[in-house]
Design a protein around this ligand. Sequence first.
Ligand SMILES: Nc1ncnc2c1ncn2[C@@H]1O[C@H](COP(=O)(O)OP(=O)(O)O)[C@@H](O)[C@H]1O
Ligand SMILES: [Mg+2]
Length: 325
Amino acid sequence: MEPILEVKKLRKSYLSKGKPVEAVKGIDLEIRRGEIFGFLGPNGAGKTTTLRMLSSLLVPDGGEARIAGYDLLRQPEKVRTRIGYVSQTGGSDRMATARENLYLQARLYGMAGKSARERTAAMIMAFDLDEIADRKVVTYSGGQHRRLDVALGMVHKPELLFLDEPTTGLDPQNRSRLWKEVWRLRDEGVTVFLTTHYMDEADMLSDRVAIMDRGEIVAEGTPSGLKKRIEEDTIILGLEKNGAVTEQAKQFLTGLPFVREAVQNRDKLLLMVRDGETRLPQILRLLDQHQIGLKTITLSQPTLDDVFMKETGHALHDAEKDLNR
Ligand SMILES: Nc1ncnc2c1ncn2[C@@H]1O[C@H](COP(=O)(O)OP(=O)(O)O)[C@@H](O)[C@H]1O
Ligand SMILES: [Mg+2]
């Protein structure tokens, strides 16, 4: 099936104090129908610039994009009917109610009064806004406000929804509630392209992820595929006795082909292991065979932070500090 979004060599520079800033340096992207695609990167990476170009709100300096079957540069008005865009700050009128905002949006997309009213009611139900629908937006909590923003982006039934940092500033409870909304949209067949600077969010929420740093895509794949590139897990064994027994355990574990390194600290043994998840049972059997008692065991797998670090040479949140220098 044709991808819903295909981007080649997309780029954009801004002039900042007379100097060009290359915000997006010629990126390629491909998004499949029905997936949740996460765009992970620190502040200033170029995520918003990319999303604004793909939503036809900003003209690229170069490159091409096909979105939902149309050429972004030649048929932007066609593209606009197929996509929804929710900006970082949202697009609601804060002095109006959710119902008024949704109704206006429906009318702007050309729906007649009756169908606009029906669509408004359906969106209020779908996004669980019924209790607050007739209150002014200024009175909403962060989570309610964000749900309305997403609802506004969905009024005209887009095939592809762009969400720019949908959960920034939300507390953990509202964050996971919004994740559920996004999963629900995907289950209804909507393709979702969202940006985030939260590593755990990109990991949990997305089917595929692109990691962006300084205007470039440095890695792309499924969260688990990306983490596999790190290749090493850490296993920490807490043994029953220290001394000679731990030393013995360290000896034979170091000899295993998939153990790269073993470090001992009293009764704790830290192992750097390839494919730790599947090796763990084998390690446990060996300890058993040598009659070495085990008190505790932990397996830590790499995170997308580790992937970011490997690909860019700096930590995700250091990158933000760099920009403020
Ligand atoms: N209107 C603008 N004028 C000048 N520079 C801009 C403008 N918008 C963004 N930038 C710069 O472009 C880079 C990318 O910004 P942005 O796309 O907002 O990144 P992100 O959304 O990942 O935080 C940053 O260096 C930012 O300062
Ligand atoms: Mg942004």
